[in-house]
Design a protein around this ligand. Structure first.
Ligand code: SF4
Ligand code: SF4
Length: 451
């Protein structure tokens, strides 16, 4: 299969990065790619998704990975797995000799090992220049579920209709389960039994980079986990901060110890982001050094500075994100920097061990296995967003009252960076507009189910 045929399949099947910003996968297939990396680093604490999926479906995922490498003409193929994922490593290594020149790179159990720029450095020794995309250095990274979705699309013609998520924290039975895209958070949580705290809060996406969401929020193609925590948990309190109060607290308490900069993963790779300098300039309203503010665009929002490094409990990441958004709204582009500092020689001593991070975040009690259940969960209704990824929203193809089948194309890919959206359950369209489509399961209306 040539690269254009593969791009068409992935675009029509609605495949985007299954996690993070959800970059459409077809757009990452590029003839310039020399090195292709499979990311099995499970960046956030408490997630058990990629390691189990890769262990269960090693051969299928490795075949699709090979097919993508061949289509792009990539000479180097690397599967990057944390060395603590022993069963996954064993499963992959048992098939490794079926593929030519396939390397397995064992990663340390540190945060943020799954960050694309950090992962590329650990797996290849190359540093992606600030502001540049990996493809400009001839590298493409795909996560495990994205490649598994590609396998299903290539070999079985299956579009993306469901998502694997880990549901953990204050629930009776933590698990990793396949749910229809568009399922409500409340319905997904019930699959893990009762919640075990009186005032639960819901974090979608992990404790470091995730966001607090309501029970009515829905699962998208990039949702990896729902973490349920008590209302007074330190992680919840950190997420509930207020920017204006944060700035005042920073002005009063930032002692310029520079711990946030010393442990910043992007700073250690030589990128020009220095959270401590930003905190000083922002709190003193010192706009003489504009580069301190402009360089906020090179922050990856990993959250290490505010969730781990700062002993004063300040919020560099939140404030940097606020400035970054302001720059983007004002149309300031992220410039590419060709000349930058070399990688800090102390980098390997400044990695943050996952165990220590989990302990600092008060999450030790939630370090429980979340076994993967492959069978798809039932949803009574789904709300499928037309925009679930970077790029242009899909165009709705159905109207209120229509009947749809699971897997049917209900959102057409628009011009530009876009993929198709598919019905995740069979049923009747309750509402359709340019933002979302709500489908109610047939049996909810007393009709015969298509499933
Ligand atoms: S770690 Fe905290 S106190 Fe130290 S420089 Fe950074 S923000 Fe200021
Ligand atoms: S969130 Fe903080 S630690 Fe992470 S890249 Fe940005 S400044 Fe550095």
């Amino acid at each position: 299969m040539d690269i254009q045929q593969l791009r068409n399949i992935l675009k029509d099947s609605g495949i985007v990065g299954a996690g993070g910003a959800g970059f459409p996968t077809y757009a990452k297939l590029d003839e310039r790619v020399d090195t292709i990396i499979l990311n099995c680093a499970e960046c956030e604490p408490l997630l058990y998704l990629h390691r189990q999926l890769l262990e269960m479906h090693s051969l299928e995922i490795m075949k699709a990975f090979e097919q993508m490498a061949v289509a792009m003409g990539a000479k180097s193929k690397i599967i990057a797995i944390k060395k603590t994922y022993k069963d996954t490593l064993e499963a992959v290594q048992s098939y490794q000799n079926q593929f030519d020149h396939l390397e397995v790179c064992e990663l340390e159990e540190v945060y943020p090992a799954g960050d694309e720029v950090v992962l590329i450095y650990e797996a290849t020794g190359k540093v992606i220049p600030p502001g540049a995309l990996p493809i400009e250095s001839g590298i493409a990274v795909f996560n495990v579920e994205t490649v598994y979705n590609s396998y299903c699309a290539i070999t079985k013609g299956e579009p993306v209709t469901d998502k694997l998520i880990t549901i953990t924290g204050e629930v009776e039975h933590p698990l990793t389960i396949r749910v229809p895209i568009g399922m409500e958070v409340s319905e997904a949580i019930a699959l893990a039994g009762k919640t075990t705290t009186e005032e639960p809060c819901y974090l979608m996406g992990g404790p470091m980079m995730g966001q607090l969401v309501s029970k009515r929020s829905v699962i998208t193609k990039t949702s990896n986990s729902i973490l349920i925590l008590p209302k007074d948990h330190i992680v919840v309190r950190k997420k509930e901060k207020n920017n204006s109060i944060d700035l005042k607290r920073a002005a009063a308490a930032c002692c310029q110890c520079s711990m946030c900069t010393d442990l910043c993963p992007r700073y250690l790779l030589g990128h020009p982001i220095e959270p401590s300098s930003f905190m000083l300039a922002a709190t003193c309203k010192n706009v003489q050094k504009t580069e301190v503010f402009i360089n906020t665009l090179f922050c990856s929002s990993c959250g290490l500075c505010e969730m781990y490094s700062c002993m004063q409990g300040l919020s560099p990441r939140t404030l940097i994100t606020e400035y970054k958004s302001g720059l983007r709204r004002a149309g300031v582009p992220t410039s590419k920097i060709a000349e930058f500092r070399p990688v800090a020689k102390e980098i390997k001593y400044r990695r943050v061990p996952m165990e220590r991070l989990i302990s600092r975040l008060g999450l030790n009690a939630y370090q429980k296995k979340a076994p993967l259940i492959e069978q798809m969960a039932h949803a009574s209704r789904v709300k499928i967003m037309m925009s679930q990824h970077i790029g242009v929203p899909a165009l709705p193809l159905v109207k209120t009252g229509d009947y749809v089948q699971r897997g049917q194309l209900i959102g057409a890919p628009e011009q530009g960076l876009c993929v198709g959206m598919h019905a995740s359950i069979s049923g009747k369209v309750l509402e359709a507009n340019e933002k979302y489509i709500i489908i109610v399961h047939e049996q909810q209306k007393g009709r015969v189910s298509y499933e």
